[in-house]
Ligand binder design. Structure first.
Ligand code: TXA
Ligand code: MG
Length: 324
């Protein structure tokens, strides 16, 4: 796979000149990989059907899976949503810029390519200075899914993007590793209470109000949750805390080459992929660890579960899908 052009940028204070170059790629109909606080996104002008179609082609993404539209300023929400509910204003006020994605009825300006034919649009204002500067310099909303090949673990470094997409992306902005490491929380804000469609960096505890568990119907309205996801080339086996090490050892004794991602070091005969300090640390390193397991050539990676609370819920959601 050919390497795309890469520009290294200061994640806290990106050079306006480099951002300008990237913005020109976006307004010219091209694709730019950009760091956000969650994961790297693969961005195109959200109002340009041809640019958006290139995102789907580059990722091998199913055509029925809509994209998140990224804004640099919450005030622009009225440009992409038909009706901004009181709940949406409240959530935007509280969480933007940040890792919360809000689903509302779409404005007519949003092409069907971006919404995958839905009447709704998912919107967020990222907190990452590079992402915000890019959107602002481009002067258009930017549609950006995670910058991985469809079905693969999301990218949390520029290197992950390059491995997956090569020169199918026109330019990569390398702002170093992402701080959060799992994707934004997606909530439907058309009603009176937020309905969580995808668990993510903003936790249900954070959302406080009785953020109802998404029903089966709600899940169907978030197409991405139906697709296979986060899968590295090796098998992923989940084990409860305290048993992961033993489970890895048993698999190794049975003749498999085994890796371990856990809070404890790997026993002998098992390859240590990552030792982490708990859910938040694991969130940050999860996708890198899954990719590392794959590149280290193990057949199976055993991952010690974390509790389904706080950011642990998003981590376990991703791990369960990876282990399916
Ligand atoms: O943190 C993130 O959200 C990253 C960064 C780049 O912003 N983006 C991201 O995008 O994770 P993606 O495309 O990998 O995941 C977007 C999710 C998918 O599950 C998709 O189905 C859902 O959001 N989604 C998008 N538009 C929607 C809509 N109108 N209604 C319901 N779900 C929607
Ligand atoms: Mg994704």
């Amino acid at each position: 796979m050919r390497r795309p052009p890469v520009l290294r940028v200061d994640p806290h204070d990106p050079s306006p000149e480099l951002i300008h170059r990237a913005a020109q790629v976006i307004t010219g109909g091209g694709l730019v990989a950009v760091p956000t606080e969650t994961v790297y996104g693969l961005g195109a002008n959200a109002l340009d059907p041809a640019g958006v179609r290139r995102i789907f082609a580059a990722k091998g993404r199913p055509g029925d899976n809509p994209l998140i539209v990224h804004l640099s300023d919450a005030d622009d929400l009225t440009r992409v949503a038909r009706e901004v509910t009181a709940l949406a204003s409240e959530l935007a006020q509280r969480w933007w810029p940040g890792p919360l994605t809000i689903v509302l009825d779409a404005a007519e300006t949003i092409p069907v390519e971006t919404t995958a034919g839905l009447s709704t649009v998912a919107v967020r204002v990222p907190a990452h200075p590079v992402a915000r500067a890019l959107i602002s310099a481009a002067g258009v909303p930017i549609a950006a899914p995670s910058a991985n090949r469809s079905g693969r673990p999301s990218p949390t470094t520029a290197q992950h993007v390059i491995e997956d997409l090569g020169d199918a992306v026109d330019l990569v902005l390398d702002g170093g590793p992402c701080e959060v490491g799992v994707e934004s929380t997606v909530v439907d804000a058309r009603g009176l209470v937020p309905i969580v469609l995808r668990d993510g960096a903003v936790t249900r505890e954070d959302l406080a109000s009785p953020a109802a568990e998404a029903s089966v119907e709600d899940r169907l309205s978030s197409p991405g949750t139906r697709h296979r996801h986060y899968t590295p080339a090796c098998r992923v086996v989940l084990a409860s805390p305290g048993q992961a090490s033993q489970r890895a050892e048993e698999l190794a004794q049975a003749g498999a080459s085994v890796g371990l991602i856990a809070t404890v070091p790997a026993p002998s005969g098992v390859i240590q992929i990552a030792v982490h300090a708990g859910a938040e640390d694991l969130a940050r390193r999860l996708y890198d660890a899954l990719r590392l397991a794959e590149s280290s050539g193990v057949e199976v990676v055993v991952v010690e579960s974390v509790s389904d609370v706080g950011i642990g819920r998003a981590v376990m959601d991703r791990l369960r899908r990876a282990a399916d």
